[in-house]
Design a protein around this ligand. Structure first.
Ligand code: NAP
Ligand code: SF4
Length: 679
């Protein structure tokens, strides 16, 4: 079997073409819209062309750009992307040309942020503020609604002039169109509010007038909210009515969104099982004969194929998985799914970067949105490279250096590759780290890296072998805090707990509220219900799959923790405030619902048979616990680096061994990939 047909037999539906409107899409994979903030950079044009071009070249059938506002007040922030009457189309044309050059179709997303706008021109359907935005929107007058519809249409016309094959009209995630549709945000009493027919009039008019302006050849995708996941959202009936109405108004295809940005339910983070929300697409499918796209937590070809074969959807949309691997489709086509760099749904370098006003990239693929920085790498000839340590930093540098033609030897003290990845992948909800391990292990194998397991490399060994480059990636050692009684038998290390090497009692104190403290608390309070993971998730978060209640929420099922866990920190700040912006709230809420208490501003006094003695302010307290788990951060493991230095052997240190504070896989992989690029 040829490599190009290998994948076709594995994923026949995903790789089959399908006609949508006047266009044929070469397969069923759509790259969903993402905010990248590339447009804020000086060389934005070049970088956007490289970013979208790589995904088109990688086999994606249809690319949807990040959202462009149809007018100033629709921008998400001051200077946010918009496509207005006098804007230069050349940067758009260079992106659309690049996508077409590689056989992909491309749509521009038109997004009006409504009450989510982070600027003072904020407008809304009604004067109801969003819980995630302090600004109160000024409601539109009727004439302004007409003007806004007109702006949507003009924006689509400009998109057509710029060479886009069509537009995606953003009607989900709680943005302006969603705000018109849901009673939660629409209390108007004129012809744009009240009955469902009046509430959906705004999107229907946008679609109808866009079709009228641009004719049958222009692709119109409408992104509908398949479930709002907020109180006062739409019911199933209302969602179906909207789907039928936009079909009749001229839409070619329905993309689906899940949950408003203010929803209390996670929709894309790692704790959401794969394809959880396919029930909402399946339900909606019965309402309309339009081709329909499933989205959210679809990150591997087998997940996509299963959904497509079930007939619940015609296309799958993947956004973050395209950051993680631009060649997703080509690799699936070649039967090389094992080579896909899988999105682990961590949000650490995509959403969390966007929320902190940085350009997005990807934890597992630091080249994402940085494509131009990795073009035409300098060639320095093949070198003999030693990498010591096979955690994320070591794996990244070893695979990338070998991929560039260097001869790499990778030394690992343990019997298997992976280092700290083995800790992460054991935490409930973090099984996607298995994919990270699989991907890097496969790259190491394919690039013929000389792997030496169960070997503790010394400076003398390395010197004897005469390597051209030595990279020390020996990682970290956990910090042992200086607390009287720290040797007490009740004290455990986080590694002992996570690897299941220690029995843990019913009452536990966790010292440290960083990512690892929270991971340990999650593990200790998790009870294995043996329930189907998706059903468990829907029960835990109170999601009503029938969407009988407005917004599709019901009472969450209370979860009982098998242990009483207390988290402690010395700082006065809010515990967990350094967790990821887009995932921290999920962890904090979850632990709170399991009765976990977090105490800030403590001084640790001592540990003895009575438990953990500590002081808050002037009050001395005792936490009577069976075990105390130390999650007090890390120190760099510098033993080898120091030994090499003492012997005058040149080496580069990366990852935790270089700097352990705030170390995470993101920085470790980034340093590894960059170093290999410069080698
Ligand atoms: P960390 O985030 O640096 O947290 C260390 C914790 O230990 C802090 O809460 C700190 O709080 C406490 N601490 C520090 N020195 C101490 C001392 N001498 N005595 C007592 N307590 C002390 O480190 P981590 O939890 O080990 O995580 C390592 C890295 O992995 C972090 O960058 C983290 O973001 C990342 N990670 C992230 C996640 C996630 O986002 N879900 C999960 C795992 C790991 P006080 O100083 O206030 O006491
Ligand atoms: Fe996926 Fe994490 Fe990369 Fe974002 S940063 S694309 S969530 S792997």
């Amino acid at each position: 079997m040829s490599s190009s047909s290998a994948g076709t037999s594995l994923y026949p539906t995903m790789l089959s073409p399908m006609k949508v409107g006047a266009h044929t899409l070469r397969n069923r994979v759509i790259m969903g819209s993402m905010h990248t903030r590339l447009e804020h950079l000086d060389n934005a044009d070049e970088r956007q062309r490289a970013f979208y071009g790589a995904r088109a070249k990688g086999g994606t059938a249809l690319i949807i750009t990040g959202g462009f506002a149809p007018n100033d007040e629709g921008r998400l922030e001051v200077g946010g992307p918009a496509l207005l009457a006098n804007d230069d189309l050349a940067p758009h044309r260079s992106v659309t040309d690049e996508a077409h050059r590689y056989g992909a179709k491309i749509l521009m997303q038109v997004l009006h942020s409504g009450r989510y706008a982070k600027h003072d021109q904020i407008r809304g359907v009604s004067d109801i503020r969003s819980p995630i935005n302090p600004r109160v929107p000024v409601p539109f007058k009727e004439s302004e609604i007409e003007q806004t519809i007109d702006d949507f249409v003009k924006c689509a016309v400009r998109a057509a002039e710029a060479g886009y094959d069509g537009v995606e009209i953003m009607g989900s995630e709680g943005y302006l169109i969603n705000q018109f549709v849901a009673p939660r945000t629409n209390n108007r009493t004129d012809s744009w509010g009240g009955s469902i027919e009046k509430r959906i009039r705004f999107p229907v008019e946008i679609v109808r007038r866009t079709r009228h302006a641009l004719g049958a050849g222009f692709l119109i995708m409408f992104r509908i909210s398949a479930i709002d996941l907020v109180d006062g959202g739409s019911t199933a009936d209302e969602i179906d009515k909207l789907a039928v109405a936009v079909q009749e108004a001229g839409a070619d295809i329905l993309n689906t969104g899940v949950g408003w940005h203010e929803a209390p339910v996670p929709t894309i983070a790692f704790s959401v099982p794969r394809a959880t929300f396919s029930f909402a697409v399946k339900r909606l499918r019965k309402a309309t004969s339009l081709p329909i796209v499933a989205s959210n937590r679809i990150n591997m070809p087998d997940v996509a194929e299963t959904l497509l074969v079930s007939g619940d959807c015609d296309f799958v949309s993947m956004a973050r998985p395209m950051l993680a691997d631009p060649d997703f489709v080509n690799k699936a086509q070649a039967g090389r799914a094992d080579d896909i760099n899988t999105c682990i749904a961590c949000n650490q370098a995509c959403l969390d970067f966007i929320f902190s006003d940085q350009t997005a990239t990807c934890l597992v693929n630091p080249k994402a949105c940085r494509e131009t920085e990795f073009e035409a790498p300098p060639v320095h000839g093949s070198k003999r490279v030693a990498v010591i340590g096979s955690g994320p930093a070591g794996l990244a540098v070893a695979s990338a250096a070998a991929g560039r033609g260097h001869r790499v030897s990778l030394f690992e003290e343990q019997a298997e590759l992976g280092g700290q990845i083995h800790l992460a992948r054991r935490v409930p909800g973090k099984t996607e780290f298995n994919e990270m391990l699989r991907y890097f292990t496969r790259q190491i194998e394919q690039a013929n890296v000389d792997v030496r397991l169960s070997v503790r490399a010394t400076a003398d060994d390395l010197a004897r072998e005469g390597f051209d480059e030595i990279v020390v990636a020996t990682g970290i050692i956990p910090r042992t805090p200086d607390i009287p009684g720290i040797e007490h038998p009740s004290v455990l290390s986080y590694a002992d707990v996570i690897f299941g090497r220690a029995e843990v009692g019913k009452r536990v104190a966790v010292i440290g509220t960083g990512g690892i403290g929270y991971d340990v608390a999650e593990l200790l309070t998790h009870s294995d219900t043996h329930q189907d993971p998706i059903e468990h998730f829907l029960d835990e978060y109170g999601v009503d799959p029938m969407i009988t209640s407005p917004g599709g929420l019901r009472k969450p099922r209370a979860t009982k923790s098998p242990r009483e866990v207390t988290l402690l920190q010395r700082r006065q700040s809010r515990p967990g405030d350094r967790l990821g912006v887009s995932t921290g709230w999920i962890l904090r809420n979850r632990l709170r619902s399991r009765g976990v208490v977090a105490i800030a501003g403590v001084t640790y006094d001592r540990i003895d048979d009575d438990g953990l003695h500590y002081t808050v302010g002037t009050e001395s307290r005792v936490l009577k616990v069976d075990n105390i788990v130390i999650c007090a951060g890390q120190l760099p493991n510098v033993a080898l680096a120091d030994e090499l230095k003492q012997k005058g052997i040149k080496a580069v240190t990366i990852g935790g061994a270089r700097h352990a504070d705030e170390l995470d896989a993101l920085r470790a992989i980034q340093e590894g990939v960059r170093l290999a690029h410069d080698m």
